[in-house]
Design a protein around this ligand. Structure first.
Ligand code: KIV
Ligand code: NA
Length: 276
């Protein structure tokens, strides 16, 4: 059958089917996420804090993102794989942006790339247009854009139109500019429900929210949050299982069995010596 294509995603969207997306950063988790039936897998630069041990997304390198995306691609059969372009791997020049986006497709077997756009961010809107013309499908990302965290100053919900938050209109217009430039899907992060609704009504491409409320076309979450692999929990997220406890329990038990001489057992041993 092969992975979901853009026409497949559009068919679901046209039919009113809600779209499900999760992040993944490596092959075994990507395989599980794929088997679980998501439509799309985002190899997020959220790898920064969720996989690579950085404090946030800014330090993530292009090579790290490409390596993660290639690993996820090798694990996935059915879902669309979207490579998230890390901070400054796009935007420095059109030429470099195109070359780097191309590496996600050519080297890491991604089906599309994602990049963040500031309100009315003309530089990235031009990049989306060029990539689309060349055959690289692009997912837009607006609202709270973590790569601009040093300007935004914190995890402020966007669309409120106050000093820490751009207006709904700015987000609606930026979404429309992204659609015009060729983005086939728009991710909305940490925005008011009104923003999610108005952007979804204003564009004819699917919207996928993370903390964008109920009136969008789909949802995305960070897999570590879903699986309970983080210490912190976020209002916009939902933990479906507590893997931290499960993994912690397994490791404690292993250590105790090694210390106590209970592992390895006879069944784990090659040509065991007979003892009593
Ligand atoms: O990197 C990421 O995981 C993301 C999602 C939160 C949309 O960009
Ligand atoms: Na990201």
């Amino acid at each position: 059958m092969g992975r979901l294509s853009i026409p497949d995603i559009f068919e679901k969207y046209e039919n009113g089917e809600r779209l499900a997306m999760l992040t993944a950063y490596d092959a075994p988790i990507a395989r599980q996420v794929d088997n679980g039936g998501v439509d799309m897998i985002l190899v997020g630069d959220s790898a920064g804090d969720n996989q690579l041990g950085y404090k946030g997304t800014l330090p993530v390198t292009l090579d790290e993102s490409l390596s993660n995306t290639a690993a996820v691609s090798r694990g996935v059969e059915d879902a669309m794989v979207i490579g998230d372009m890390p901070f400054l791997s796009y935007g420095t020049s059109l030429e470099e942006s195109v070359k780097n986006a191309g590496r996600f497709i050519k080297e890491a077997d991604a089906d599309a790339v994602k990049l963040e756009t500031a309100p009315y961010g003309q530089t990235t809107i031009d990049i989306v247009s060029r990539l689309t013309e060349l055959g690289i499908p692009v997912v837009g990302h607006i609202g709270l854009t973590p790569q601009r965290m040093n300007q935004i100053g914190g995890g402020y919900v966007q669309g409120r139109g106050d000093e820490n938050s751009t207006s709904v209109d700015a987000l609606v217009e930026t979404a429309q500019q992204l659609e015009d430039a060729g983005a086939f899907l728009i991710i909305l992060e940490a925005v008011t429900e009104e923003t999610g609704k108005r952007v979804t009504e204003a564009v004819d491409v699917p919207t996928v929210g993370i903390g964008a409320g109920r009136h969008v076309n789909g949802q995305v979450l960070v897999i570590n949050d879903v699986l309970g692999l983080n210490e912190t929990s976020y209002k916009l997220s939902k933990q479906y299982v507590d893997l931290n406890s499960i993994i912690g329990g397994a490791v404690t038990e292993y250590v105790s069995e090694v210390k106590g001489g209970n592992f390895p057992g006879r069944e784990n041993t090659f040509d065991p010596i007979y003892e009593d």
